[in-house]
Ligand binder design. Structure first.
Ligand code: NAG
Ligand code: NAG
Ligand code: NAG
Ligand code: NAG
Ligand code: NAG
Length: 794
């Protein structure tokens, strides 16, 4: 440590030295040393340079004093050698000042002596060039002209002189070179020179290395990266990838479908490369149907397409970039038909209803349309099978439906014709239309009676206006054509007063008998009824109605013989000598009824002499059953009952008077005029009797044959009439069948004839009128009863 005193002493000394130097004007001693020379390096022999003695240095207290009070050099006072105290750094000492000189004095005391000296520090290339930034960015617009110069930051090198930066070089590239310029102070700086036109679209960025090289030996280098960014210039117009876009789209594509995407390239960047699309020369229809996304270039559907309305669209699309350049392309949109339209069917005319029986008639005329095209629009038309109609193509798209022939409403009155129209597209679309055709009625069917003939039965004595039955007819037509009116047709039998006998309800065919019928008067009658419809013209049918009057037991048996109401009672004569079984008389009765109502039976109710007479129940013959004796009363009265077999039975009583006589010469007998010639007469009478018997026998045979024939006929007719109430099977043996016509069974009639006039001339029995016989024989008046036809009147 130096004391304060010493410090002050040195200051005073320095001032003295400075004064001494200025005053002396000596050339200073110069010394040279390279920087970075290690400390302790011998620099100079000061003793020799100053011309002093070695001992003197120590004695006089020699010192080396630098102006800046740095002790860079050391003076060995023993040897007088000047030695470098420490490593020197030129850059630190002098910076960029060249040459680098530090001054110092060598001080000697007693006497004070000052030697001036300079230390020149030499540069060595101990620093490399250094750029201020490790990377430099240079922006160059792409359209810069060739030769354009761009500034670069220069590198620094702390060394000086030849060791400072001498050269710059650029890494190998195609576009740039570096040119070195000299500043006024001799320093060099680099400039970037464009050798070749830049195209950002080709290369937007360059990465180069700038090397600064100093002049040292060996030279040192420093590098910096240069990033050259090529700035875009709108030198590229948007360019569509395709000049013409041809797209096809199905017409049933949904709204929002992507139709096409146009794309224009713009090599520029930024707004220069931002492409927006717009429709150019667009029709209104086009802009209503499609939407162009200005940013993406997507064309989308905004409305459903209809091939049938528009099948193609053409549009130009413009692409513009932000720099105002534009490009164009065309888009052709072809709509492809889809079978989306059902065939349409329009009925032009329809005949409904169609009258039946009409020949081939046009029922319907219709038109078919399919709005699709091609196969999708071709149609096939048909109607269902099984209907009597035909489908005929007419002009163009018209079709006709015709009837195949006459229709019959009665078999079918309504047809549903289903028209099926199919197109030939894929998938096939089908339209069906059903037309209903009514068949209208024509009066082509006459009424039909339920039976061809009707047989009605009515009991006699009916109440007037009795409903006896209903006839009915049907008509398969309809409406008034089937409205049937019934009527009774006039009969051609003039005796049948039909209008007073029968009436018919015209609406429902109910038949009424207007008045009470009498079986005995009218057993059957027939008439025709008509059924007429109200069509135009009317049609009618007829049916036969047979009314069968049924017998009821309304007539009591009527005794023909003996007459009961005769003023003179009829008396039978009985010869006393009559043998048992002698036929006294025969009660003859008839019944106007028929069948079992006319089956008669005879019964003896009372007799004055019971046991003498017997009555045959079935034929009314009264015979004696024993010989008469003298004691028997000559007069007898018999009461007989004649009863029919009806339900309830009706009966009548007969009173018979029998007078027993000894012979026919009794005065009681009104004698015939021929009685006075009995002998000759008897012979003649006997002869006549034989002849009469023979003829009567043959007549009888004839009657039997006739009777059998009539019975057979009747039975056959009764059977054909559907069963008569007369039971033919079990005819009771004790009864007499007296037919309703009043006809007696022939054999009994014959017997009546024989016996009825036993008291009289037998020949008179052959007289035709039966009543006449009775009237004459029994004193009764002859009646012209028409109910007793002249069965005997041969
Ligand atoms: C110079 O340095 C020495 C020792 O290092 C010192 O004693 C002295 O005072 C200094 N002189 C000046 C003027 O600073
Ligand atoms: C520097 O270099 C040049 C040529 O290379 C040479 O002539 C010159 O003497 C050099 N200067 C020094 C101080 O070395
Ligand atoms: C600089 O360097 C380049 C290549 O590195 C060389 O061609 C050129 O001659 C040099 N310039 C000088 C002045 O040395
Ligand atoms: C025709 O169609 C109608 C309505 O569907 C139906 O009521 C009628 O019964 C049909 N007629 C025939 C004959 O099928
Ligand atoms: C007896 O009755 C019959 C039949 O009814 C009749 O024709 C005849 O005139 C009557 N005779 C007398 C006398 O009343």
């Amino acid at each position: 440590m130096k004391t304060g005193w010493e410090h002050r002493q040195r200051q005073v000394l320095l001032i003295l030295i400075l004064l001494g130097v200025a005053g002396a004007g000596w050339e200073p001693h110069r010394y040279f040393v390279l920087e970075e020379t290690p400390g302790g390096t011998f620099l100079a022999d000061l003793v020799k340079d100053l011309g002093l003695e070695v001992a003197e240095l120590a004695a006089r207290g020699a010192q080396v004093v630098f102006e800046d009070n740095e002790s860079r050099l050391q003076l060995d006072l023993q040897t007088g050698k000047l030695v470098l105290n420490e490593k020197l750094d030129r850059e630190k000492l002098c910076g960029s000042t060249e040459p680098c000189v530090t001054r110092f004095q060598v001080l000697l005391k007693k006497p004070l002596e000052i030697f001036r000296a300079e230390l020149l520090v030499g540069d060595i290339n101990d620093h490399s060039p250094e750029f201020p930034e490790r990377e430099m960015t240079v922006k160059i617009t792409e359209n810069s002209p060739i030769g354009a110069v761009f500034l670069l930051k220069s590198a620094q090198d702390l060394d000086v002189g030849n060791n400072s930066i001498k050269n710059y070089s650029l890494s190998t590239n195609s576009h740039f070179h570096v040119s070195i310029r000299n500043r006024g102070d001799g320093r060099k700086y680099p400039e970037l020179v464009l050798d070749k036109e830049l195209d950002r679209e080709e290369q937007a960025e360059f990465r180069l290395t700038l090397t600064a090289l100093d002049g040292g030996s060996p030279p040192r280098a420093g590098t910096s990266r240069i990033r050259i960014i090529v700035l875009d210039v709108n030198d590229n117009a948007p360019e569509f990838v395709q000049a013409l876009y041809q797209v096809q789209i199905l017409e049933n594509s949904p709204v929002g479908s992507l139709v096409a995407k146009v794309w224009a390239k713009d090599l520029d960047t930024g707004t220069n490369g931002e492409v927006s699309y717009s429709l150019l020369h667009s029709s209104q229809e086009m802009s209503k149907t499609f939407e162009l996304n200005a940013m993406s270039g997507e064309i989308r559907l905004i409305k459903t397409l209809d091939f049938e309305t528009a099948s193609s669209y053409e549009v130009d699309i413009e692409a513009s970039d932000g720099g105002g350049l534009s490009g164009k392309c065309s888009v052709s949109i072809q709509v492809m038909d889809v079978n989306d339209n059902y065939p349409e069917l329009t009925i032009s005319s329809l005949t409904n209803p169609i009258p039946e029986n009409s020949p081939e008639t046009e029922v319907a005329l219709f038109r078919i349309r399919d709005r699709d095209s091609g196969e999708n629009g071709r149609t096939v038309c048909s109607i269902q099978d099984g209907v009597p109609f035909t489908l005929e193509p007419s002009v163009e798209n018209f079709y006709r439906i015709m009837t195949e022939g006459a229709l019959d409403r009665e078999s079918r009155d309504e047809y549903n014709i289903t028209i099926t129209v199919t197109d030939l597209g894929t998938p096939r679309l089908k339209t069906q239309h059903t037309i209903t055709v009514q068949v209208s009625d024509v009066n082509d069917n006459a009424p039909v009676f339920t039976k061809t003939s009707y047989t009605l039965f009515v009991q006699e004595n009916n109440s007037p206006a009795l409903h006896i039955g209903t006839i009915s007819a049907t008509d398969s037509d309809s409406g008034s054509n089937a409205h049937i009116t019934y009527s009774v047709l006039p009969t051609d039998d003039p005796q049948l007063a039909l209008s007073s006998l029968i009436s018919i309800n015209a609406d429902n065919g109910q038949l009424f008998v207007l008045r009470a019928l009498d079986y005995e008067a009218l057993q059957t009658f027939k008439f025709r009824v008509g059924a007429t419809d109200q069509g135009s013209p009317t049609l009618s049918t007829q049916a036969l109605v047979r009314v069968q009057v049924l017998d009821i037991n309304d007539n009591a048996p009527f005794v023909l013989y003996p007459l009961q109401n005769a003023s003179v009672p009829c008396t039978e004569l009985l010869p006393r000598a009559a043998e048992p079984g002698y036929l006294v008389t025969k009660v003859v009765a008839v019944d106007r009824d028929s069948g079992q109502n006319a089956w008669l039976s005879f019964q003896l109710l009372k007799a004055t002499e019971p046991g003498l007479f017997s009555v045959w129940a079935h034929n009314g013959e009264v015979r004696i059953s024993r010989l008469l004796s003298e004691r028997d009363s000559p007069k007898h009265r018999l009461l007989l009952m004649v009863k029919d077999n009806g339900d309830p039975p009706r009966s009548v009583s007969v009173t018979l008077h029998v007078l027993v006589v000894d012979g026919f010469s009794q005065p009681y007998l009104p004698l015939p005029e021929v009685a006075h010639e009995p002998a000759q007469d008897e012979y003649v009478v006997t002869l006549y009797l034989v002849i009469a018997l023979a003829s009567v026998s043959s007549l009888f045979l004839l009657f039997v044959l006739l009777f059998v024939g009539v019975r057979l006929c009747r039975r056959a007719r009764a059977t054909s009439l559907g069963g008569c109430s007369v039971p033919e099977g079990h005819f009771p043996g004790h009864l007499v069948d007296v037919s309703g016509t009043g006809t007696l069974s022939q054999n009994y009639q014959y017997e009546v004839c024989l016996t009825g006039d036993s008291q009289s001339n037998e020949f008179r029995f052959l007289k035709p009128m039966f009543s006449n016989i009775l009237g004459q024989n029994c004193g009764g008046q002859s009646g012209d009863n028409p109910s007793f036809p002249s069965i005997l009147g041969i």
